[in-house]
Design a protein around this ligand. Structure first.
Ligand code: ZN
Length: 102
């Protein structure tokens, strides 16, 4: 993903509208690109800050953004764990079927 694509993804990312693959690529990019990280921070402040402007001191942008970025990766991990679990269930069902059928 290049900067142009990443900047287009910022709003979608903040709205949780990127799919897992896109979000992963986006996170990889902003982590390695200072410009896009800055842009993301500004957009995040704009989207979060407006409704919380009175308590502007309470906004810890860096750690909140960090948490959001990390959530993408942990969500992906949960997803693959789910897939592994599903595979196991199917495998057990097949075993039961085969054992029961004989
Ligand atoms: Zn960039």
């Amino acid at each position: 993903m290049d900067c142009k694509e990443a900047q287009k993804c910022i709003r979608l990312f903040l709205a949780d509208e990127l799919n897992i693959g896109e979000a992963k690529k986006f996170v990889d990019h902003v982590r390695s690109c200072k410009d896009c990280m800055e842009e993301l921070t500004i957009e995040y402040l704009l989207s979060e800050g407006v409704s919380r402007l009175e308590n502007a001191d309470d906004i810890d942008v860096e750690s909140e953004l960090e948490e959001k970025l990390n959530r993408v990766i942990s969500r992906k991990r949960v997803h693959s764990q789910l897939k592994a679990g599903l595979f196991l269930v199917v495998f057990i069902l097949i075993c039961i079927f085969l054992l029961g059928g004989v």
